[in-house]
Design a protein around this ligand. Structure first.
Ligand SMILES: Nc1nc2[nH]c(O)nc2c(=O)[nH]1
Length: 452
């Protein structure tokens, strides 16, 4: 057994059941879990390792990102996709993504994870739905194991090409039997349902306009035959998405999801910008989750998702940075701020979303959507996933009377320390698990090859 004491924390934001914010806080970690939480005076004074934060840092649970496409880190700001809405954006990018290789998947996954870690994310999901040239989900699973992020990879898929009325070119879609076979292989090889699991798999047919209703149903049946394998897809992202759903299935997206058995606590949808009131109520009643992706939704001019209404209806809402081809960043702290600002604009009401509401969405909200009760708060028995931000950073000057709100109001964008499963992954603002400069070089080289 090894112990780690983090002490002299300026403000320890627990997000525990009482939402305690402890001045001069401390926490004790035993192996990979939190063993004690309190003030520095209340906790033991020694441990195998001691991190003395000298009263300068705010500490909070690691942030949870529930929607991403790691491979898109290789295709940021592509000129032909800079100024399009969703469908044209996708149609301009599919041919580039058709050139992805296993190495490209591996390197882009590490690059995306590095950016997430540096901005406070400790658990992330990824949606990989395109598998050209021998690419597999295994490529990103190996990459993320090496960098140390707690991971919820999703086996995405596309099966309806242009010739059958779908959006993607036929060359990038897969056969449905192969998709289901590979999904089962991946679940059996990697899915770990235990407490503190570092990897849980989900099944994720890409979107209503790229798979059949049969694949939606069969994926649900397969996922539900294993413990805690969840279901994920894009839904109601913009008006064209709604129009496609009505024209093709004769139903709005919420009704389509219900018709294929995709409502429930084990399902979460990305975007839901255009989710109608009736569907919001159904999502609330069934515990169906949402990954809110405000950066991407504004970048693609899709709209502002009605997250205040969703929260009021009891919908589990979390945050997703979405892929870096439509964000074009993967910064969780910045995403939280964007969500905070847009909710106020959408409601024309600055009280509609507080900084603490958004921090809760970025931590406990993400944990709930991913089906975890072991991350998202700093409390005894929770996984030792936490981050520390130095309050001496210039953007916090003058804001120390409320450092918790300052994290969101004052544009925090990086963390100084991050621990995942008790292991240090960010040390004094630097990635501790892999060498960042080489990773950036490799990312740029592969991105250039893809473009060519
Ligand atoms: N924002 C995004 N929406 C999508 N829909 C779909 O089918 N693929 C995507 C995507 O990559 N990003």
């Amino acid at each position: 057994m090894s112990t780690l004491l983090v002490k002299n924390i300026h403000t320890l934001v627990t997000l525990d059941a009482e939402r305690r914010e402890i001045r001069n806080g401390a926490l004790l970690v035993q192996d990979n879990a939190i063993a004690q939480v309190g003030t520095t005076l209340e906790l033991p004074q020694t441990a195998d390792d001691v991190l003395d934060l000298q009263g300068r840092h705010i500490v909070l649970p690691g942030l949870v990102n529930t929607h991403h496409h790691f491979y898109q880190t290789l295709t940021r700001v592509i000129p032909v996709a800079q100024n399009c809405t969703l469908f044209h954006w996708l149609q301009n990018l599919y041919p580039i993504w058709a050139n992805l290789t296993p190495e490209a998947i591996y390197i882009s996954a590490q690059m995306a994870a590095a950016e997430l870690l540096l901005s406070g994310c400790t658990t992330a999901s990824d949606h990989l739905y395109i598998y050209p040239n021998g690419c597999t989900l295994d490529d990103e699973i190996q990459a993320i194991r090496a960098i140390g992020l707690r991971f919820h990879p999703t086996r995405g898929s596309m099966s309806v090409g242009e010739s059958k009325g779908g959006l993607p070119p036929d060359s990038v879609v897969e056969n449905e039997a192969d998709i289901l076979k590979d999904s089962q292989r991946l679940i059996e090889q990697y899915h770990d349902n235990s407490r503190y699991s570092m990897l849980r798999l989900a099944l994720a047919p890409c979107s209503p306009f790229s798979v059949t209703p049969d694949l939606m149903r069969e994926s649900a049946t397969l996922a539900r035959s294993y413990p805690s394998v969840r279901l994920h897809t894009h839904l109601a992202e913009n008006q064209s998405d709604i129009d496609y759903s009505v024209a093709t299935f004769g139903m709005i997206p919420g009704d389509y999801a219900e018709s294929v058995g995709w409502l429930g606590e084990d399902v979460w949808f990305a975007h839901c910008v255009k989710l109608d009131d009736g569907s919001i109520q159904k999502f609330g009643a069934t515990g169906t989750g949402v990954s809110h992706c405000p950066g991407s939704n504004t970048r693609l001019a899709s709209g502002i998702a009605p997250i205040r209404q969703m929260l009021n209806a009891g919908v589990p809402v979390s945050l997703g940075v979405d892929g870096s081809a439509s964000n074009d960043a993967g910064n969780m702290l910045q995403e939280a701020r964007t969500a905070f600002l847009l909710a106020r604009v959408r409601e024309s009401n600055p009280a509609a979303m507080t900084a603490r509401d958004i921090l809760e969405m970025a931590t406990l909200g993400g944990a709930k959507v991913l089906g975890r009760d072991d991350v998202g708060a700093i409390a005894v028995g929770m996984a030792a996933d936490f981050i520390a931000v130095n309050l001496d950073r210039p953007q916090f000057a003058g804001a120390l009377h409320d450092p918790v709100a300052a994290l969101i109001f004052c544009q925090a964008n990086a963390v100084d320390y991050s621990f995942i499963n008790g292991k240090k992954v960010i040390d004094q603002g630097r990635l501790a698990t892999i060498e960042l400069e080489t990773l950036v070089e490799k990312t740029n080289a592969i991105a250039e090859q893809l473009m060519n």
